[in-house]
Design a protein around this ligand. Structure first.
Ligand code: MG
Length: 247
């Protein structure tokens, strides 16, 4: 072969390889620009959060089973008033990031499930247990930070009675098919006082006191419920970020 043919082949190969070579921009994603969010200072809400309770003027964001809530509001705290029933948000949510702070009574009374018991029912159905689990033994899938009767927390990160504690909860709501059968289950991740205690746990159904949980069809958005279990548990600094794309 003549030398100039070699040159043509080499140029040709270089040209072809250049055409098919992958470029850095091939793997750049420009489809969705992330919204700008101003983070909170410490545990204060970020700019896109919905504040559910910060002071008594937030009372009307909640409802009791028979109208207005009967729980006690004192400044920044919302306290369970024994026997007045659960309360729920007026707004409905599906997928969320929830920050909530709670404190079990400083004066210890009762034991096991009877000590500082309340709960956060995501969609009103799936309970993240609130309990004074500081040196207080109960069944593990019923202690603080458990997904009640489904999953014990990975560790016990409880502070002493009367001290403020936080839960940061990431919840993915279950999805249902048009025929109302389950399409995908719910998942929950929980940090208790900044410590991971539930890591993308797959729920087996709605929380039940007795029996095996299972899923039953429900709406894609439902209120968040706080439980009255007869103990004066206090809550404060409750905010949520709505992660659902569905209406
Ligand atoms: Mg409870």
């Amino acid at each position: 072969m003549k030398p100039h043919l070699y040159l043509f082949i080499i140029i040709g190969l270089l040209f072809t390889s250049n055409c098919y070579a992958q470029k850095p921009e091939d793997t750049e994603d420009w489809t969705r620009k992330p919204a700008v969010v101003t983070p909170g200072e410490g545990t204060t809400p970020p700019s896109d959060a919905i504040i559910l309770y910060n002071n008594p003027s937030d009372r009307d964001k909640w409802e009791g089973t028979t109208g207005e809530i009967k729980w006690t509001t004192k400044g920044s705290t919302l306290e369970v008033a024994k026997g007045t029933g659960e309360i729920h948000t007026r707004q409905k949510f599906g997928d969320i990031q929830l920050h909530i702070e709670w404190s079990s009574p400083k004066k210890v009374s009762g034991n096991g499930q009877g000590r500082g018991n309340s709960g956060i029912f995501l969609m009103g159905l799936y309970e993240v247990q609130v309990l004074d689990s500081y040196q207080n033994e109960t069944y593990y899938n019923g202690q603080a930070g458990s997904i009640y009767k489904q999953s014990a927390p990975l560790v016990n990160a409880c502070r002493k009675p009367g001290e403020w504690q936080s839960y940061d909860i990431l919840f993915t709501a279950p999805r249902f098919n048009p025929d109302k059968t389950l399409k995908s289950p719910a998942y929950v991740t929980v940090l208790h006082n900044g410590v991971l205690i539930q890591n993308h746990f797959q729920l087996t159904g709605k929380t039940l006191f007795i029996g095996k949980p299972e899923y039953t069809y429900h709406e894609s958005r439902l209120p968040i419920v706080l439980q009255d279990h007869g103990n004066p548990v206090r809550y404060r600094n409750i905010w949520v970020r709505d992660l659902s794309s569905n209406p």
